[in-house]
Design a protein around this ligand. Structure first.
Ligand SMILES: Cc1cc2nc3c(=O)[nH]c(=O)nc-3n(C[C@H](O)[C@H](O)[C@H](O)COP(=O)(O)OP(=O)(O)OC[C@H]3O[C@@H](n4cnc5c(N)ncnc54)[C@H](O)[C@@H]3O)c2cc1C
Length: 376
């Protein structure tokens, strides 16, 4: 029942999507309450573990055009979001470097073919630069003499995932969002609000039965003196690897991709693979100090696409961000916030209005009507 005491929006799940959607709606002057089972730092979220690379072109090797286009648009939006947050967040737009060892050279044409097939033409235009060994050394001095060739994807970016989660938490307080940290919400006791937005990631499985987890493992190391200037991806037939340099000589090295919802600690095999591959990129990683070995599961839908699922009443679910959450979240959260505001105003109350909305939406592929729910 709606009462005046209810907020306009209750957001369940305060990982990456929940914080962004709450931030956006509160910025529009709405009364928002956020419920998160973990802490304000975000330690329970997949977003806590992620490397937060914003690499739509490099990801085109494994993702379809919808994802790369969402990523390209979101890359432009991130700086605007970060500029409004009350705490600084490391954001870099210095490109991605792609390299491979001679023994794995057959991986390179496969990668290039997939990228060219899946990336929008405007991303490729000037965005995929072939480097000779010498040019590679000039672009990334830390790797001079180590690789015979590579590619520089100069427009890609990255940010510090933990800083952005923290800055969003501070920003939510500043915008008057009622934040309920350490509060688990169960499906039979959703909070009361005029509109509920379910951003629980993998925690939404009871409501989205086809959702599954894909385990990812990462290492965080401190390696003074290497000085990589941008994320580096190593092509490899068994363990493709990335090394994302953050501030203060911190490197996020990842990530495995293993089907299943195993949240147990990192396996010895994965640790060996990740760390050996990093050592093969630069021997300086041999002296790095391991700060953390950690794992999480990426919330994934069967088509590997993000989805905005309306239940036909007052609940919207935002999910399926899989391995691209940071890369695409600004656009997905924006689309979700617009739709949720339309639900609040009762501009969408039946299937026809939903179909109209979907037809006119910028990212119409994201919208779905929840199976088995009658439209109010
Ligand atoms: C190893 C790894 C590396 C990654 N690297 C990248 C990368 O480089 N670039 C990129 O773009 N993406 C990356 N990602 C993907 C990205 O982290 C996810 O896509 C993103 O975090 C999904 O956001 P979300 O908000 O949907 O889910 P989450 O971030 O998982 O947030 C969901 C939140 O809901 C909360 N919750 C769950 N159930 C409940 C409940 N019942 N009650 C209250 N709260 C609940 C959880 O505690 C959590 O905080 C990576 C992911 C992993 C695991």
């Amino acid at each position: 029942m709606t009462t005046r005491a209810q907020p306009d929006f209750a957001i369940v799940g305060g990982g990456l999507c929940g914080r962004l959607v709450a931030w956006r709606l509160a910025g529009d002057g709405h009364r928002v309450a956020l419920y998160e089972r973990g802490d304000a730092l975000g330690t329970q979220a997949a977003a806590w573990i992620a490397a937060a690379m914003l690499a739509p072109l490099a990801e085109a090797s494994v993702a379809e055009q919808l994802i790369t286009a969402l990523g390209a648009a979101s890359l432009e939006t991130w700086p605007r979001i970060l500029a409004e947050l009350p705490e600084p967040v490391f954001f870099q737009r210095n490109g991605t470097l792609v390299v491979w060892h001679h023994a794995d050279r057959t991986e390179a044409p496969l990668f290039e073919r997939r990228v060219r097939a899946n990336a929008p033409a405007e991303l490729l235009d000037g965005g995929f630069v072939t480097l000779s060994g010498k040019a590679l050394g000039a672009a990334e001095p830390a790797l001079a003499g180590r690789f015979a060739q590579g590619w520089l994807l100069p427009r890609e970016g990255q940010l510090d995932n933990r800083q952005v989660l923290g800055a969003l938490a501070a920003g939510l307080v500043e915008r008057g969002v009622e934040c309920h940290w350490n509060t688990t919400v169960t499906d039979d006791a959703f909070p009361h609000a005029r509109v509920v937005i379910d951003c629980r990631g993998l925690g939404a499985k009871p409501a989205l039965p086809t959702l599954r987890g894909i385990r990812g493992e990462v290492a965080r190391v401190r390696a003074p003196g290497i000085g990589l200037a941008r994320p580096v991806r190593l092509l490899h037939p068994r363990y493709p690897l990335y090394i994302a340099p953050k501030e203060d000589d911190l490197y996020v090295i990842g990530a495995t991709e293993i089907e299943g919802e195993d949240m147990s600690p990192v396996s010895v095999r994965s640790a060996l693979e990740l760390l050996s591959a990093a050592f093969s990129v630069h021997p300086g990683f041999g002296e790095a100090r391991i700060l953390e070995l950690n794992s999480q599961c990426r919330p994934t839908l069967p088509d590997h696409r993000p989805a905005l699922v309306w239940d036909g009443a007052q609940t919207l679910r935002v999910n399926g961000l899989y391995r691209h959450g940071y890369m695409i979240a600004p656009e997905v959260a924006d689309e979700a916030a617009r739709f949720a505001a339309a639900l609040l105003d009762r501009r969408i109350a039946d299937a026809d209005a939903f179909a109209d909305w979907q037809r006119n939406a910028r990212w119409h592929e994201l919208f779905h009507l929840e199976a088995g729910h009658a439209v109010a």
